[in-house]
Structure formats: C-alpha cells, structure tokens
Design a protein around this ligand. Structure first.
Ligand code: B12
Ligand code: SF4
Length: 458
C-alpha cells in the first residue's frame, strides 16, 4: 500500500523545527519493514521555507500547509495523521480537505486521550496506544490488517486498541529505529553545549500520576529499549548525521529500571553529551547518581519542580518536595550539570502567597547557580485528572473553552498571545497571566538572563 503519514505544523511555536515528532517516524519504519511504500509529509518548518516572513499568522502557516499536503497526498491508499491536543483543530482542517477520498487514520496523544470524540471528527480509524509515548505499533499493524482484509469496514471497530505489552524484557527492541531518513532532519536545529543534537525516546510511560499530566490507559506501563538498542540508535545518528548531542525525551529518564546499572554504563562508552528530564523525589536524589550521570556525558538536566509550596506539591501528587527540588539543583551544580526547572502558576491550591514562594525560591536558586527556569500557566489537558474532575481539586475553568478538538489552545508562545484558562477563588485568570510574567522576570533578572521573547522549548 501507499501510505502517507502527516506531521502537522505547530504555528504557535516560535520555531517548530527543533525536535521531530518521533511517533510518526516510528510508525513509518514499521510500515516500511512490512513492505509498504511509506511517505512522511512534514508540515513543520514554515519559518525555514519563508525566512522573510517575520511573524507568520496561523492562517499563513495553514494555507501553505494545505498546499503541501494536497500536493503530497495524491495517490495515497491510506493517510495517517499524528495529533497533539494543541494541534488538533489544524489536523481536522487538513483532514477535511481529503475526507472521503481515501482511507484515513488518526494516532498520537490526542487520539489516545479522547478516541470517541476524534471519531466524531470523521476519521475512518482511530489508533489508540497502550503506553505513554510509544505503544502505537501493534495498533498500526492491526489497522493494516483490517484495511487489507476487508478493504475498509466503517461500520464498527473503528477505534483500534491493541495491548502493547508482549511480555518481552525490552518491548521497544522489537521495532525498527524511527525512520528519520523520511524527513529533512538536517533542517531541525538544537544544540547542547554547541553540539548538534537530536532526540531519542529510550523508555515509555510513567508510574507516577501527577494530576495535571495528560494520561490515558496504559500510560503507567514502563517499557522501553535496551541499552544496546539505544547505542544502536546513537550510532545511527552519529554515522548518518555526524551529531553527538542527544536529548533523551523520556517522560523521566531516571525511571528506567536499569538507569544506574545498565543505561548509564552503556552511555559512558558512547562519547556523547546528553540532556534529559529527571524525576525528582527523596529516594531519587542522591549525589552519586548525579556523578554517574555526569560521567556518562550528561551536561544538562531538567526537572518538573512545578511549585515551591509543599501543600501544592502534595495536592498535585508530585511525589517530590521543595527540599528534593532544591537538592536537585544543588547536586546538579556540584557535579557540573546545568539544571533547569519547569514550574507552573495556577495549580490546585495556588494563592498569591504560594506565587510569592515560587518567586522567592527561584530567585534563591538563581543565586546558587540555577541557569534556566520555565514558568507556565496550568492548562488542563484532556486525560489529566484536573481536567476530568476539577471539582475534586478546586480548580476552576470553563470546559467549553477548553475544547481541544475545535479550538487552538496555547499556553506557551509569544507574550500577549496566550491567556489563562484557569482561575481560583482568590486569583483571576488575568492575574495569573501577570503573575507568570512577574515570576519569570524576577528569576531571569536574578540569574542575569535577558527577558524571553517567546517560550518554545522543553
Ligand atoms: C518529547 C515530548 C515533547 C517534546 C518534543 C515534541 C516533539 N516534537 O516530538 C517537546 C518538549 C518539544 C514537547 C512539547 C509539547 N508537548 Co510534549 N511530550 C513529549 C513526550 C515526553 C514524548 C513524546 C514522544 O516522542 N514519544 C515517543 C513516540 C514514539 O511516541 P508517540 O509520539 O506517542 O507515538 C506513538 C503513538 O502515539 C502512535 N502514533 C503516533 N502517531 C501516529 C500516527 C498514526 C497514523 C498511527 C496509526 C499511530 C501513531 O504510534 C507511535 C509509536 O508507538 C510526551 C509524553 C509521552 N509519554 O507521550 C509529551 C506529550 C506528548 N506532550 C504533551 C504536551 C501537552 C506538549 C505541549 C503542548 C506542552 C507545552 N509545553 O507547550 C508542547 C507542544 C509542542 C508542539 N510541537 O506542538 C502532552 C500531550 C497531551 C495531549 N493530549 O496532546 C504529552 C502526552 C505529555 C503529557 N503527558 O502531558 N513535547
Ligand atoms: S508529570 Fe512527569 S512524573 Fe508526573 S505523571 Fe507526568 S510524566 Fe509522570
């Protein structure tokens, strides 16, 4: 079959050619292995193709995307779309251009969180993953079987859910590496300490359950790729692109079960520099772990500190305290790793006092060497407990306003172009927008950093 996979644009980011979406590339690799003619249409990169347009509107980006899409999908037997909640209205717009002309399927995080609603958008099939990050391959294979056997049966069984766990030690090892060659990876730009960098996801899922985090069934299963498979992927990147910077985009890198005993020793022989997200928590923060990470090439680490108030951290189920997050920053610095923390304003339990505490903590951390901090406004995503049952967490928002299937909902981007969808008894939505900017400005000034023009990294 001639199968075309679509990577939608993210026009709300300052630059959407930073990291490629590995999900569709993984699906493309599986399809290719099965003998299908696979094509990926990568609709990111408006900025690179139109360098003279300084501030493109979403409409500019979409008009260009529609043209590339229509030219590229010609002759496809199956068109598969990837979609994040934040991209979904744009994906639906593209889909509507070819509705009824060939078989269509939707996969990715938005399909995983609300498959029934996505079905109503009109896609022929919705493929749901049984893991957080990854797990879509068995559903894709099942989709191909259904299409090939019955051509297309649209009467029922249009939501495809196949358990991803096959009882294997390293489930991710059974699949080919993501088909990075099907996109122009050279046009993606990210550097770690001046080293050209791209991303690898080594382990899928997360056993924690922070209540602002978008989850679906299966997200808690922890599966991934073995150290030797990861080394094969690193070798592929080095041999084909000549890059030695790796961003490990696992939800939380240190939750790999072999993190200290297998993963870090394997990386040590690879001569790479790497960055990742690290789960903070009492038993997870030990000086020697940071030393081992540094020795294996880790130069930057991020953690989701979220708040500096222990009451809020408890309410959101973070499994880490302010002290743990402080130790994260200190151990990173002690071991020569640059730390970054991600925080939010507007979480359940937020008050003007807790915002002040966050500002004070970030300023204190800047003084001990915290080099970067990102402050967002809490935005409930479908699948997150605070979205599904806000009354339990005393967080207020209008669900009609947070309709991801039809509205473009941003919480990052250019100042003035985003808003707060949440509010609390004693803080309005507008106050949260101002508070976010204030906390960030205070931190950046204490850390001697320039004000940010826009926020678009991770
Ligand atoms: C890496 C990552 C990022 C990176 C890189 C993004 C990128 N370009 O890849 C960064 C930091 C930039 C990022 C940003 C954001 N992210 Co993010 N990110 C992730 C993370 C940790 C891993 C994604 C990944 O690569 N997984 C590995 C691949 C192999 O898995 P996959 O993409 O799910 O694909 C599999 C299946 O979904 C399926 N599949 C995928 N496509 C298709 C297509 C078809 C046709 C089929 C059949 C199957 C299929 O098969 C694939 C192979 O198994 C996930 C968390 C997670 N555990 O999923 C969050 C996650 C996807 N991000 C999320 C969010 C909210 C965002 C932001 C909106 C947040 C923000 N800070 O503003 C931005 C949006 C950026 C954008 N471009 O629009 C949410 C999405 C929620 C939702 N329902 O949409 C997640 C789930 C985190 C969470 N739990 O809240 N993100
Ligand atoms: S925020 Fe991180 S630790 Fe919490 S549930 Fe999500 S992925 Fe796991």
């Amino acid at each position: 079959m001639k199968i075309t996979l679509i990577i939608p644009p993210s026009p709300f980011l300052l630059d959407d050619r930073v990291f490629p979406f590995l999900g569709p590339l993984q699906i493309a690799a599986v399809g290719r292995q099965l003998g299908h003619e696979m094509k990926v249409i990568d609709l990111t990169g408006f900025k690179q193709r139109n360098p003279t347009v300084i501030h493109a509107s979403i409409e500019d980006v979409m008009q260009e995307a529609e043209k590339i899409f229509l030219d590229g999908v010609e002759g496809s037997d199956l068109i598969g779309f990837y979609s994040l909640a934040a991209q979904h209205p744009l994906v639906v717009r593209l889909f509507n251009l070819i509705k009824g002309k060939c078989i269509t399927a939707l996969g990715g995080p938005h399909a995983n969180t609300c498959p029934e609603r996505c079905l109503k958008d009109g896609f022929d099939y919705i493929v749901v993953s049984d893991q957080g990050g990854g797990g879509g391959e068995p559903g894709f294979i099942e989709l191909l079987k259904r299409i090939q056997v019955k051509r297309v049966s649209l009467t029922n069984d249009r939501i495809i859910k196949v358990p991803s766990r096959c009882g294997m030690e390293w489930e991710g090892d059974q699949w080919p590496l993501p088909a990075r060659d099907l996109i122009d990876l050279n046009s993606y730009h990210y550097y770690i300490e001046n080293e050209r960098t791209t991303s690898i996801v080594s382990n899928f899922g997360c056993p924690f359950a922070c209540n602002y985090c978008s989850h679906w069934g299966g997200y808690r299963k922890m599966e991934g790729k073995s150290p030797s498979k990861i080394c094969e992927e690193i070798k592929y990147i080095k041999d084909n692109y000549g890059w030695r910077g790796i961003m490990f985009y696992d939800d939380e890198i240190n939750l790999r079960k072999d993190f200290i005993t297998g993963f870090l020793p394997a990386l040590k022989s690879q001569n790479i520099v790497w960055r990742a997200f690290f789960k903070s928590g009492k038993s997870l923060i030990k000086d020697e772990y940071f030393r081992d990470m540094r020795d294996s090439g880790c130069v930057q680490l991020c953690t989701g500190a979220e708040s500096a108030n222990d009451g809020i951290l408890k309410t959101i189920g973070k499994g880490a305290s302010k002290e743990d997050n402080t130790n994260f920053v200190k151990y990173c610095i002690k071991n020569g790793i640059k730390p970054k923390v991600f925080c939010q304003v507007g979480l359940p339990g937020e008050t003007p006092d807790t915002i002040q505490e966050l500002r004070d903590w970030l300023v204190e951390m800047a003084q001990v060497g915290l080099v970067d901090a990102d402050v967002s406004i809490t935005t409930p995503y479908e699948g997150a407990p605070i979205y599904e049952t806000p009354e339990k967490y005393n967080i207020k928002f209008d669900k009609n306003e947070l309709d991801y299937s039809s509205k473009l909902i941003l919480y990052k981007g250019t100042p003035g172009e985003y808003k707060s969808y949440v509010h609390h008894d004693n803080i309005t939505a507008d106050e949260l927008v101002l508070a976010r900017q204030w906390v960030e400005d205070e931190f950046r000034s204490a850390a001697n950093l320039k004000p940010l023009l826009a926020k678009d990294d991770g």
